[in-house]
Design a protein around this ligand. Structure first.
Ligand SMILES: NC(=O)c1ccc[n+]([C@@H]2O[C@H](COP(=O)([O-])OP(=O)(O)OC[C@H]3O[C@@H](n4cnc5c(N)ncnc54)[C@H](O)[C@@H]3O)[C@@H](O)[C@H]2O)c1
Length: 325
């Protein structure tokens, strides 16, 4: 298959491209490098510098080349920023997704995988969070993903698009070649490792009075190559029908447990300071991934937090300046 990967120069997209190429697929990466890195793109992938906001350029790409499937990672994805600027988030994420879907429709491409998010579940009634949970987006960012999920539902019913919406919890970890290099960095594991690298003095813990085992928030960390495998399994199953999956490890770890694991892995004391809660952080988000395990036989290969943190640490030590751009 030839697969178009939008956002394939970013963290998760670049690892999925690596896995697709390992499986013998042909890949074209579309990215505007607004967050991503040219060096993260696998050398065997074709790279096109296109902004999804440019509908004509997106359409031209589909006119020039035929694709069997599209995986759509490109997005604004900072929850906090989305609360400051909802027009940017709902506006761009939805409009850019529609540009892509319109070009696919025009050129008869009918397989699509969406990077969706745990931010659809702001007030879960049950843990772990399954696909049956009520959707209450926690931010304009989450809302933008939900609107795209609904768009996909209608495109399936009306035009026969086959899609998978994969709602990731917290992606983490690295392969030897590709890891997490966001600017600004907002994710806990790379921030903690920046302290261990001497690039940051301490780590802030937002809230120590949540109703959890040590008072700090509980999150579900899924290794990025396990995420990549889920994309490949979902792609292979698409022709049997569209599907939506919550995708996580199924185990929650507190912020303090992540910091303690990073201390063990790195041998660095990693000073931590307690600060106030951030608005909008739910106490606990853990994925119920029984559906994807049952339907597709997906199994996380790296469920252990220590392995996840170790892989990220190995990458950060080998790439102290990230991709260096
Ligand atoms: N990282 C996580 O834990 C997590 C969790 C849930 C969902 N997601 C979703 O997964 C996807 C990938 O996340 P990530 O952490 O790899 O993000 P990332 O920022 O590292 O990658 C996104 C990529 O998309 C590109 N991009 C953004 N806007 C673009 C545009 N208009 N045109 C072309 N390219 C554009 C960026 O340059 C970047 O390379 C995102 O859609 C995100 O919302 C991520």
């Amino acid at each position: 298959m030839r697969i178009l990967v939008t956002g394939g120069a970013g963290y998760i997209g670049s690892v999925v491209v690596e896995e697709l190429i390992r499986e013998g697929e042909q890949v074209t990466v579309l990215d505007n490098l607004y967050q991503g890195h040219r060096a993260a793109v696998h050398p065997q992938a074709e790279f096109v510098l296109v902004d999804l906001a440019d509908a004509a350029a997106v359409n031209d790409l589909f006119a020039r080349q035929s694709f069997d499937a599209v995986m759509h990672f490109a997005s604004h994805s900072l929850v906090g920023e989305s609360v400051q600027d909802p027009l940017k988030y709902v506006g761009d994420n939805v409009a850019n997704g529609i540009n892509l879907l319109r070009a696919m429709h025009q050129h008869g491409v009918r397989r699509f995988i969406l990077s969706s998010t745990a931010n659809l579940f702001d007030q879960p009634e049950e843990l772990p969070i399954t696909e049956k949970e009520q959707i209450i987006p926690g931010s304009p960012y989450g809302e933008s993903k939900f609107i795209l999920e609904r768009m996909l539902h209608w495109l399936d019913r009306i035009h026969g698009l086959r899609y998978a919406a994969l709602r990731y919890f917290n992606a983490a970890g690295a392969t030897p070649e590709r890891g997490e290099d966001h600017s600004p960095e907002t994710h806990l594991i790379p921030l903690v490792l920046q302290v261990a690298m001497g690039q940051r003095e301490q780590i802030q813990v937002f809230g120590n009075d949540y109703p959890t085992r040590d008072g700090t928030c509980v999150r579900d960390y899924i290794h990025v190559t396990d995420l990549a495998q889920a994309h490949i399994l979902a792609l292979r199953a698409l022709d049997e029908g569209s599907r939506t999956y919550n995708l996580g490890n199924g185990q929650g770890f507190t912020v303090r447990e992540v910091i303690e694991t990073a201390r063990q892995v790195t041998g660095h004391p990693i000073p931590a300071v307690d600060t106030a809660r951030r608005p909008g952080d739910p106490p606990e988000l853990v994925a119920g991934s029984a559906k994807i395990r049952r339907d597709l036989g997906w199994q996380p290969r790296f469920p252990d937090l220590r392995d996840i943190v170790q892989s990220a640490w190995d990458w950060h030590r080998a790439h102290p300046q990230g991709y260096g751009d």
